[in-house]
Design a binder for this molecule. Structure first.
Ligand code: UD1
Ligand code: CA
Length: 459
């Protein structure tokens, strides 16, 4: 196949979003809008990808730094889509093949549609091929004007369309393939005498036709694919469509989703069959969930691994951590980055783990903070236990060896180690290491003053 180059338009202001954030960086379905566009484009194995930036150019470039090899062209000022594409000329000079032009704000485009667009373009030997769609409500879009033989002759923007043209239901998606050789010369021929005083890229169609160049069209099978995001309302529409198709795919693959309407699962999350997801769950980033798990309502999991047969009760937050097979969490557990919950371990309500490993079969069931701690197997961490890991300057580690028992309401002042099988009496403030097999008591002794109450009353 001939070389394919990608150009993504992302210089516009996005006025209708009423946002300080550039439009293409708004997120839907777990990714910035423009990332959806890149992913669709990836299937074409492009030779180069150029992003046209303008409004908030630096913010867009910074946000995309992880996508290696992207080229950026700045459009300043923004004089319209035709002018925008012209800015990619330095990147594409001397290159072969064709350009696929995409919009950073059209995130639902499917890879198969793009492949078909390029295939039709190549097979028919067209100079330009336009992706179109037939929609119920064409307002705002450019209309596809065809001659009596059905060939495209022009695209007319809504604001420039006659009443008759406004009734045309076939619209321009803003996605095109152009052969490189005639492109930049023709772009310079575009004028700006139209309702918006802009250099309209769609005017290329009429210019190509007048120069005898072949222009083809492909009609998108599902017109929702070419939905552009111009407002928060459309952002929510797109979010809903992405959510529905993601959930349908997972259910198809054997995952039970109790209420797909309120379940948000990112594109890079994987879930094995026979796991049940209750309403209001968010699974984000590179999260992996095994089989036989139950994730109850209100749980949010980010960039984490959850092995098989794990039960996560309501309202837990888990970030960058690993939950091992058979563990039980929550309700209301907070598992912060770099934590590991061991096999069959229990982490109960109002327990926070940070950079902490809880060994196999260990339990921290109630009201605890465990930070920078390495906790062995079969350890019982009593209610209200706190690792005092921070001295105001640095963080210090706590080690609790296998089989230890930490009585309720204890503080472990780090750095400190509780040896294998040792006991810490309830209410202790442990400041020194506890040898294996011993009992540490570190609290004031109790004195009972008998008869004190009646003596006080008689006074
Ligand atoms: C455009 C098309 C219209 C089509 C619609 C599909 C034009 C003139 N009209 O209209 O036929 O039906 O898309 O969604 O092309 N941009 C720049 N620089 C600019 C102007 C725009 O980079 O100077 C970018 C925007 O950031 C956006 C894209 O181009 O990503 C489209 O611009 P937008 O203003 O949204 O065009 P529409 O009015 O939607
Ligand atoms: Ca648009």
């Amino acid at each position: 196949m001939a070389d394919v180059h990608i150009v993504v338009l992302a210089a516009g202001k996005g006025t209708r979003m009423k946002s300080a954030l550039p439009k293409v960086l708004h997120r839907a379905g777990g990714l910035p809008l423009i990332e959806h566009v890149f992913r669709a484009a990836d299937t074409l194995s492009p030779r180069s990808t150029t992003v046209i930036v303008g409004h908030h150019a630096e913010a867009v470039q910074t946000a995309l730094h992880e996508r290696l090899g992207l080229l950026f062209a700045k459009q300043e000022p923004q004089l319209g889509t035709g002018h925008a594409l012209l800015q990619s000329e330095p990147m594409l000079r001397g290159r072969q093949g064709s350009v696929v032009l995409l919009s950073g704000d059209v995130p639902l485009l499917r890879p198969t549609t793009l492949e078909e667009l390029v295939r039709v373009h190549t097979e028919r030997g067209a100079a330009a091929t336009v992706l179109t769609a037939v929609v119920d409500d064409p307002r705002g879009y450019g209309r596809i004007v065809r001659d009596e033989r059905g060939r495209i002759i022009a695209i007319v923007e809504h604001k420039d369309a006659s009443p008759e043209q406004q009734r045309i239901p076939e619209i321009n998606s803003g996605i095109y393939v152009f052969d490189l050789p005639p492109l930049f010369g023709a772009l310079r021929a575009i004028g700006a005498s139209n309702a918006q005083g802009e250099y309209y890229l769609p005017d290329l169609v009429a210019i190509y036709r007048s120069r005898g160049l072949l222009v083809e069209t492909v009609v998108a099978r599902d017109s929702r694919e070419i939905l552009g995001v111009n407002s928060r309302r459309e952002l929510a529409d797109v979010t809903g469509i992405l959510k529905t198709s993601r959930n349908e795919g997972l259910m198809e693959a054997g995952v039970t989703i109790v209420d797909p309407a309120t379940t948000f699962i990112g594109p890079d999350v994987s879930i094995a069959p026979d796991t049940t997801i209750h309403p209001g769950v968010y699974l984000e980033g590179q999260t992996v969930v095994g089989t036989g798990c139950v994730i109850h309502s209100g749980v949010r999991i980010v960039d984490s691994r959850v092995d098989d047969d794990v039960i996560i009760n309501n309202f837990c937050v888990i970030v960058e951590s690993h939950i091992s097979r058979g563990a039980r969490l929550g309700p209301f557990a907070h598992i912060r980055p770099q934590s590991v919950v061991g096999e069959d371990a229990h982490v109960g309500n109002f327990v926070e783990l940070k950079k902490t490993t809880l060994g196999r079969g260990s339990k921290a069931n109630h009201l605890s903070y465990l930070g920078d701690a390495t906790i062995g197997d079969k350890v019982n961490v009593g209610a209200g236990t706190i690792t005092c890991n921070y001295d105001g300057v640095a963080k210090h580690p706590t080690v609790i060896e296998d089989g230890a028992f930490i009585g309720s309401d204890s503080q472990l002042v780090a750095p400190v180690r509780v040896g294998r099988g040792a006991y810490v009496a309830a209410g202790s403030s442990i400041t020194e290491d506890v040898p294996p097999g011993s009992l540490a008591i570190a609290r004031g002794r109790q004195t009972n003053k008998e008869g004190w109450v009646s003596r006080k009353k008689n006074r």
